[in-house]
Design a protein around this ligand. Structure first.
Ligand SMILES: [Fe+2]
Length: 248
């Protein structure tokens, strides 16, 4: 695979018509990675995602979806060499991963009840939106299944093997999503979500104990664990300051 670099030495495109997204505005520069998805497909996924996430609050909005996508691109770029040997397979796989990153919260149980009419309608919108960008029926089914089996609160989530051939997509997506719930961004999102759902400052603080401090231990990809350690440390340091000020 031949990458082309611009004058800043940033990867901007690859041979044979595919584009690499130049994702250089991430809060974590070391989480910037190339993405083997065409610009047209990416933009189409962003449009679908912005429609489906339109009524989500700022904690689970398009900005979050795009940060997750950036995180996943980096993890994927570090792992694909051992996971794939055919570039075509890699492109298809990366497209499914990108779709999952941008769309995973469209069917998040915090916003939409599984089995509800709304849920069925959103799943149909996902199908209608993913087929035109070239995903096969089994890839669309796989993407939806990945999104259904990635949340922290899903105690019956399928194993990586049960989600084959998209088990790695789920693992990367889950790590990428969890990184966005850690560190400074994760702290901001936690308080933002608490506010969106009518919760108090204290309830947001409790969520750190219930979930956020446990996330690092659940990361499975080496790239995520490397960055996650730093984000986890920030989380712990913030909690100490917060507790000191509030007298918890
Ligand atoms: Fe998410």
């Amino acid at each position: 695979m031949d990458f082309i670099k611009d004058q800043d030495n940033d990867v901007v495109s690859v041979k044979d018509g595919m584009y690499l997204l130049k994702e250089l505005d991430s809060a974590h520069d070391d989480l910037v990675g190339p993405c083997l998805v065409s610009e047209e497909d990416y933009n189409q996924l962003v449009r679908l995602s912005s429609t489906l996430l339109a009524d989500h609050g700022g904690s689970h909005d398009m900005e979050h979806a795009m940060r997750v996508c950036r995180n996943a691109n980096k993890i994927m770029s570090q792992q694909y060499k051992s996971a794939f040997d055919q570039s075509q397979t890699l492109r298809e796989y990366w497209l499914v991963l990108t779709a999952c990153c941008l769309l995973h919260d469209a069917i998040d149980s915090k916003y939409i009840g599984k089995g509800s009419e709304r849920y069925a309608a959103v799943v149909q919108m996902l199908r209608d939106g993913l087929h035109p960008i070239g995903l096969t029926t089994s890839q669309v089914d796989g993407a939806i299944s990945v999104c259904e089996n990635m949340s922290y609160s899903n105690s019956t989530a399928k194993s990586t093997e049960e989600l084959a051939p998209f088990g790695l997509v789920r693992d990367i997506l889950r790590d990428a999503d969890r990184l966005d719930a850690m560190g400074a961004v994760g702290i901001g999102r936690c308080f933002m979500y608490s506010g969106e759902s009518g919760g108090s400052l204290e309830e947001a603080r409790r969520h750190f104990d219930i979930k956020l401090v446990k996330l690092y231990a659940t990361l499975v990809t080496p790239a995520a664990r490397e960055v996650g350690q730093r984000l986890h440390d920030r989380l712990i340091a913030f909690m100490k300051e917060f507790d000191d000020e509030c007298g918890f």
